[in-house]
Design a protein around this ligand. Structure first.
Ligand code: FE
Ligand code: MN
Length: 362
């Protein structure tokens, strides 16, 4: 169908069938390559919806007061050695992990997908990893931790090294020219998306989320706890972005979805769970008040099975595991609270219309 526009002496003919063909060529991978970044018409509505949700959750680390945390950190008697160690492990692990995730989003996944709305949400995802990395910098400088100790942790604590290598391996595999029409290469990408979204952000982040937020529930490290709550809320969206991406990739490329590949993914999750449990044992070498090692280990089994099921894969455990930390999900539900921060979020959202508003007042 052609539509003609007559503007002055000029005539423009727009061909709608070409536009329809362009839409049909929108795909997760091997779609139409274009530099025009034309989002419309949307094919992956979920990507745009998640982009908007993520944007509405915007936060900045320096808006969170750290006074109480600093006071507790300096007070010899306020905290046990285990509690201090959990904070160090949290800062040490996440300082590396947030950067690794952001780097993989930018240099692997966002590079290889072709539909603009997928690139849009992945751009926001990468930016949120920058905010998370920045929040760790803010925690480190507030508590006065030597920045070199942080780098040392991801080189010298073997369970941190193990978790990091598990993900960087699959990221490196994709940093070369790949022919994505081959099933084996499509599987590499699908596995990368599964590992980062479901195994790492979806499972291996949750041991420390649980421990740090357990401390927060006991009024220890309120500032750090608040930042981790916002991070957890962001991560839940990242897990959804990668889960949808994974499902659509599989949907459009049925050749990769073999029994063998499904089993490979389940085994990969089992490895992730193993690494996380060893890491949790390092974070919590002795039981402390309100922190039960068994609960955190069980929680990892519980959450890993939820992630597998979310991707259409069979769980690892035969029996149904009960969630030992039901309060953790509530921690994410920040909207219920009327705290100082909600006002800030509203301000971020309104910022774009500020100029207009002040003009109106004058
Ligand atoms: Fe993050
Ligand atoms: Mn993330």
């Amino acid at each position: 169908m052609q539509k003609t526009f007559q503007v002055g002496a000029k005539t423009f003919v727009l061909d709608q069938s070409k536009a329809e063909a362009a839409f049909a060529a929108k795909k997760v991978i091997n779609g139409r390559e274009t530099m025009t970044f034309n989002l419309l018409p949307l094919k992956y509505q979920w990507a745009y919806d998640l982009y908007r949700t993520m944007k509405a959750n915007h936060w900045e680390p320096e808006d969170i007061p750290m006074g109480k945390d600093i006071e507790q950190w300096r007070d010899e008697k306020a905290l046990s050695d285990v509690e201090r160690w959990i904070i160090r492990m949290g800062i040490g692990y996440f300082s590396a992990a947030e950067g690794i995730v952001g780097d993989n989003v930018q240099h692997v996944v966002r590079e290889l997908v072709t539909a603009p709305e997928l690139k849009l949400v992945l751009g926001r995802h990468a930016h949120e990893e920058n905010i998370h990395a920045d929040s760790l910098l803010y925690m480190i400088s507030s508590l006065g931790i030597n920045p070199h100790e942080c780098e040392a942790m991801f080189e010298d604590v073997p369970t941190i090294v193990g978790k990091n290598e598990f993900v960087t391996r699959i990221s490196k595999d994709l940093r070369r020219d790949l022919d994505l029409t081959l099933s084996e290469n499509k599987r590499l990408l699908a596995k990368n998306i599964f590992v980062f979204g479901q195994c790492m952000e979806g499972t291996q982040f949750y041991g420390l989320f649980g421990m740090i937020l357990s401390l927060y529930r006991q009024n220890k490290f309120p500032g750090i706890g608040q930042m981790f709550r916002y991070t957890l809320r962001d991560e839940s969206n990242h897990i959804e972005v990668f889960r949808n991406l994974f499902m659509d990739l599989v949907e459009e490329n049925r050749d990769i979805w073999t029994a063998e590949f499904k089993e490979e993914l389940r085994e990969t999750m089992a490895e992730a769970v193993q690494l996380e449990k060893e890491f949790i044992r390092d974070c919590l070498p002795v039981n402390a008040v309100g922190l039960s090692l068994e609960d955190f280990l069980t929680y990892i089994d519980y959450i890993a099975d939820r992630r597998l099921e979310g991707c259409g894969l069979a769980p690892l455990s035969s029996g149904a595991i009960k969630n030992p930390l039901p309060w953790l999900a509530e921690m994410m539900d920040i909207k219920k609270e009327q705290n100082f921060f909600e006002g800030r979020v509203t301000e971020y959202q309104k910022a774009s219309s500020l100029n207009q508003a002040s003009d109106d007042e004058l």
